[in-house]
Design a protein around this ligand. Structure first.
Ligand code: BT5
Length: 271
């Protein structure tokens, strides 16, 4: 059974959660799941609402970039959180969602999954998914957070020439297709468990850091303020990257794109 045969009702039937995905909005085709969920959030839709589409006509990455996903190939979803967190803590939601995605893929397929700071899902050195987290603040307070997830499940990368060499999919790595609903259920269940522990005050940042493939490496980081080069020492509790530059200074970077500067090490080859 694949997602194209599913309705919101049948997604719910196989889902063993109490909160995450209990309110489902499914569209065969939609502009962007994040954009719709932000509109619904403003109208008061409950925490845990899932917006999911088989195709997006305006799928978004960060900084105005595009997310490409032909119909029938991907998981394209957004989840609404109304957490009791400060605005600078919203990255914790990216952390729990990416960890749940990594676990779900590993459990279902046996593939090894790495995360790349700040928001990528990597398999064998190539991007298999991305996360776009958007926060809504009102009067300096965090009102809600929309976490959008795009995952290449049964995607033949050769159909997207612009991504060749840098992207992969689960089917590409496995040589067989993967059930999108099965993967979706596992991801949502994993997010629910991790969200509960986040609400108990447990921070996911150490587990997240342990999965990051671009730590303890020489990296180049392109930030809104400019390009920095240095040693990626770690991440802090809010998900900021701690970079040691050649003059020994420590820079705390909240947003940017990381390029690895040295040849792949053992960890990278294993992924
Ligand atoms: C991301 O941005 O990686 C976040 C992507 C989030 C997509 C989901 S889909 C559901 C939800 N609704 C939305 O509208 N968005 C979210 P970023 O780090 O900026 O990476 C974007 C870059 O990844 C693009 O410029 C391409 O180079 C590359 N890219 C685009 N589509 C890709 C794909 N299917 N697989 C791998 N890489 C891709």
């Amino acid at each position: 059974m694949d997602l194209s045969e599913l309705s919101a009702e049948s997604i719910k039937l196989g889902l063993k959660t109490e909160l995450i995905g209990q309110n489902i909005v499914y569209y065969p085709s939609l502009g962007s799941t994040n954009d719709l969920l932000k509109e619904l959030a403003a109208q008061g839709t409950p925490e845990g609402t899932l917006v999911i589409a088989d195709e997006q006509t305006a799928g978004k990455g960060r900084l105005g970039r595009k997310w490409l996903a032909p119909p029938g190939t991907s998981l394209l979803l957004s989840l609404l959180f109304r957490p009791e967190l400060a605005p600078n803590q919203a990255q914790r939601l990216t952390m729990i969602c990416s960890l749940a995605i990594a676990d779900a893929i590993e459990e279902l397929t046996g593939l090894s999954v790495g995360l790349k700071w700040p928001n990528d899902i990597f398999i064998r050195g190539k991007k298999a998914g991305g996360i776009l987290t958007e926060s809504v603040t009102i009067g300096g307070r965090l009102d809600c957070v929309v976490v959008g997830m795009g995952l290449n499940v049964n995607l033949d990368i050769s159909t997207l020439p612009e991504l060749r060499g840098m992207a992969t999919s689960l089917s590409q790595e496995l040589g067989r297709e993967v059930s999108r609903p099965e993967l979706l259920w596992r991801i949502l269940e994993g997010i629910e468990i991790r969200y509960k522990s986040l609400k108990r005050g447990e921070s996911p940042h150490e587990e997240w850091a342990a999965r990051l493939i671009n730590l303890a490496r020489q990296v180049q980081v392109t930030t809104p303020q400019g390009v920095l080069v240095g040693w990626a020492e770690g991440v802090d509790v809010d998900g900021a990257l701690i970079l040691r530059t050649s003059d020994g200074q420590h820079q705390r970077i909240l947003a940017g794109d990381v390029t690895l500067r040295n040849p792949p090490d053992r960890a990278q080859r294993l992924l």
